[in-house]
Design a protein around this ligand. Sequence first.
Ligand code: S3P
Ligand code: PEP
Length: 425
Amino acid sequence: MSAPLWPAPLAADPVDATVPLPGSKSVTNRALPLAALAEAPGTVRLALRSRDADLMADALRSLGAGLTPYNESASSVDWTITPGPLRGGARIDAGLAGTVMRFVPPVAALADGEVFFDGDPAARKRPMGPILGALRVLGAEVHGEALPFTVRGPVAGGEVTLDASASSQLISGLLLAGARFEKGVTVRHAGPPVPSAPHIRMTVLMLREAGVTVDDSEPDTWRVEPGPIAARDYTVEPDLSNAAPFLAAAMITGGSVTIPGWPERTTQPGDQLRGLLSEMGATVELRGEGLVLTGTGRVSGIDADLREVGELTPTLAALAALADSPSRLRGIAHLRGHETDRLAALAAEINRLGGDARETEDGLAITPRPLSGGVFHSYEDHRMATAGAVIGLAVPGIQVENIATTGKTLPEFAHMWARMLGGDR
Ligand SMILES: O=C(O)C1=C[C@@H](OP(=O)(O)O)[C@@H](O)[C@H](O)C1
Ligand SMILES: C=C(OP(=O)(O)O)C(=O)O
């Protein structure tokens, strides 16, 4: 299968740009189902528009929720959401979206009939077994162990133990709909550590903000009491994980990038970019106008446990390949079940360009070497595509396969990248 190649622009000068980012995928794709399950209509402002967010909106609509846009731009939309009786018979396309394939089935278990789920060929490989097994234990009828599968309620709720070491979303999905189960839900994790803890905190916080009682006082156990989900007016924060390639550009070129609207407090794991990129040599300041990162043009290698922030790995690996000392990225074995096997993909693509990236049991060991141009394959993975763009800033002749795959969470990526390089102030 051949996909179009995008000549990654080489940076001629230090970047000096302000890069406004559209809404967080993770916040959008939690606010939408919470609003659809609420006791009255609500709004979600500055919601992301992207493939993953559109798939979530379509899924909830086909289950019976009313979603009306009242303010739309290319990458952002304000929604009015009117909860409706949840109906069976829907066919849900999860695309390659982990949030859709894990967050919607527990909602579908509240519908009055069978709901069918499928997604992209690559999505059929993503771990689903533990959440589908949990839904069975909680009372639903589920056919299948991975996409495609069907779910049919009713779901009584109650207690369930699962191994969520493959993805935090296996837990978030059960919690998000859990208040609407007759008995609520108690979810216990048993197994190797759960990744992406900030994303579970985001789920718990958003539930509490919607008036749901959640007890997370015991490690690896979450209790959601049954009860109504309050209608709210959500405003979605900018997607901090999608700031990563733009901030990386300032580091590599010795320039400066400002991300407006960076929240002072957030559960988004992308906030950890501040510490991680400082460790790699950047100066990072949270100011009134946003997060300002200034680079030196030199990048230091890093030894970091990224278990909590796995989705930052592709950008950090790209930076590590351009650094002046070796890096070790640890705690991210679960990336083998992301959009693609990200550890294998990153090692293959960095090595294809002449680099030295080695898969370890739980991550990557990257030793910088001079890189040369070539095709950087993206494996339908938005963050692989942006990692290729980052390397392309410093290495002439990089061509990124299928840059349009960035549409999963950032449809305007190629324009934003060009704008950043052109300078906008
Ligand atoms: O709940 C969420 O919004 C997410 C959780 C994380 O998933 P994993 O725990 O599978 O890494 C993260 O990588 C993904 O991009 C978004
Ligand atoms: C892992 C990711 O996505 P998903 O929500 O599909 O799991 C990601 O965006 O890096």
